[in-house]
Structures are given as structure tokens and as C-alpha cells.
Design a protein. Structure first.
Length: 310
């Protein structure tokens, strides 16, 4: 399927010209359409699996208010970071991204050290984020198997690790596919992520009997602190949930040399991925709280997903 290239303003330099002005030569095929650049960031965010993986940050550090208002506040902060990143991506849409920007904007005395730190921090962050996402996926697969068995099956650490390794192997194979194939896959990932969230938002309230539903007070105002932190600090700690879930949007920058009209498309993709994830995630949390069991150490610190929802 041919990829249509967005029209560029005649006063704007072409992608190749902009790269040349930055000292780069066009090397990659620009196979990613605007929607697919957005899909890269949104699929890495992986909203519903990410939310399920970070409940242990939000529930013991505020419960409902942390999950609803904490998510909202941290999403706004995330959007501010995304807007700044988008501004830089618009001026210098290179695959080096943060590394290149740091070198370009730092003083000559410190630029070598600073871009080295940023480059390795970004690389290590990418490795660990992929590992944590895949581990969260493995844990959820094992939880689904346990639910399907009626609670009879309890996965061992070795079994969960085996699933984790299998997921990584599958991802290695997918990443070896051609650029055009990876670009087309992004639509599938976006649709699946949105359908999963909509299934929770729509199906959970319908399937949950009225006597098991929680009150709005429980979801919005009953602050549950199962840690030893003061309430204010516990609320800030709960920000780890949305800040981990809504992350990885710099991935758009790293494929900017594979996207048409990158100086416009990449900033758009970054900000839209954060905004959509923030809104849909807020709705998912709000709906989930309507059907959750009361919070206690058993279903929080043990990450027993069978006991979180009724």
C-alpha cells in the first residue's frame, strides 16, 4: 500500500533539506505516515497493560484520589514535557533526538560529557522500559491463566520468566521486519489498545451488579494510605503510575528520519499520544474504581489481580 506524503508549505524546507542544514544526509526510507508515527508512541505507552502494571504505585499511596486526580495532574506535567520535546523535534527532527539536541544546545565546554550522559541514559532507559513492559505483560498473562482456571493455577517465578523470554523473542522477530511492515503494524496496535480500554470503560459497569459498585466518594475522595508516608508525599509518590505508563513518547523522535514532513508530524504525534493516553487512561481508572474491591495489603502489595476487581 503506497504511503501518501503530507503536503509541505512551499516556504518550508523539505525533509532532506532540513537534515542537510543539520549536517545529516538522508539515509532512511520515509515510510511512516502521520498516523503511524502517532502509533509508535501510543503503542509503546500500551495504556491498559501499563495501567494494570502500576496499580501498586497508586493504590497504596492514595487509592481512588491518587488514581483519578494523581493521574490527571501528572498527565498535565507529562504534556508540558511533551510540548517542549515537540518544539525541539520540530526544529531538529533527527533520529539522534535527545543526544543531538543536547550536543547542539550545550556549551562547547560541557557538550561532550552532557550528550554522552543523555545518550546512555536514553539507551539504558529504552532497554529497561522494554524489559519492564514485557515483564508486566508476562505477569498479566499468568494472571489471566489463573482467572481462567478459577484460581487453581498459580504461576511460579520460573514460569512467568519463561513467558517473559518468549515475549522478548517475539518482539525481536517483529523488529527484524522491514520498515514498511512495521509502519503498517502501528494501526493494528493503536486499534487494539483503544479497544481494550473501551472494553473496560463500557463492559465493566455493565457486567458489575449494582450492589457491588462503589460510590463516587470512594473513587474520588476517600484517601487510602497503606504506606508510612505523610498523605501529601504519598500522593506525589503515586505520580509514578502515570509517569511510567505515559512514557516512551520520545520514540517518535527516533523515527523522525523515517517519517514524511517530520518537523510537523513528530511534534503532533508526541503531543497527541500524551493527550489521548491521559484522557483515555483517566476514563479507564475512573471506571475501574467503580468496580474495585476495597483496598488492603493482600490485593495491593501482593499484586493479586484476581482480588482487585469484583
Amino acid at each position: 500500500m503506497p504511503v501518501s506524503k503530507p503536503l509541505q508549505n512551499n516556504n518550508q524546507p523539505t525533509d532532506e533539506e532540513l537534515l542537510a542544514s543539520l549536517g545529516y544526509k538522508q539515509e532512511f526510507k520515509r515510510a511512516f505516515a502521520p498516523w503511524e508515527v502517532f502509533g509508535i508512541a501510543f503503542s509503546i505507552i500500551g495504556l491498559l497493560p501499563s495501567i494494570a502494571s502500576v496499580l501498586f504505585y497508586a493504590i497504596p499511596n492514595g487509592g481512588g484520589p491518587a488514581m483519578v486526580w494523581g493521574w490527571l495532574v501528572a498527565s498535565i506535567f507529562d504534556l508540558a514535557i511533551g510540548l517542549s520535546m515537540g518544539e525541539l523535534a520540530s526544529a531538529a527532527p533527527t533520529s539522534g533526538g535527545l543526544y543531538f539536541w543536547t550536543y547542539s544546545l550545550s556549551s562547547p565546554r560541557w557538550r561532550g560529557l552532557l550528550c554522552w550522559i543523555v545518550g546512555y541514559a536514553n539507551t539504558i532507559g529504552s532497554i529497561t522500559s522494554v524489559s519492564s513492559i514485557n515483564w508486566g505483560c508476562a505477569v498479566q498473562i499468568m494472571a489471566a491463566v489463573r482467572i481462567g482456571s478459577g484460581g487453581d493455577f498459580v504461576a511460579t517465578s520460573a514460569q512467568t520468566f519463561g513467558v517473559f523470554v518468549a515475549i522478548i523473542a517475539i518482539h525481536i522477530v517483529i523488529c527484524c521486519l522491514g520498515t514498511a511492515v512495521l509502519a503498517r503494524l502501528q494501526t493494528v496496535y493503536v486499534v487494539l489498545n483503544l479497544l481494550l480500554c473501551l472494553a473496560v470503560i463500557v463492559a465493566l459497569p455493565i457486567a458489575t451488579p449494582a450492589e457491588f459498585k462503589n460510590t463516587a466518594k470512594f473513587a474520588l475522595w476517600e484517601f487510602t494510605n497503606l504506606n508510612q508516608w505523610p498523605n501529601g508525599f504519598a500522593f506525589i509518590v503515586s505520580f509514578n503510575a502515570p509517569l511510567w505508563a505515559i512514557s516512551g513518547y520520545d520514540s517518535c523522535v527516533h523515527i523522525s528520519e523515517e517519517a514524511s514532513n517530520a518537523s510537523v508530524v513528530v511534534p503532533w504525534a508526541i503531543t497527541m499520544a500524551i493527550a489521548v493516553a491521559g484522557i483515555v487512561g483517566w476514563g479507564t481508572f475512573s471506571t475501574g474504581l467503580n468496580t474495585m474491591n476495597p483496598f488492603d495489603d493482600r490485593n495491593v502489595f501482593g499484586i493479586d489481580q484476581l482480588s482487585i476487581c469484583r
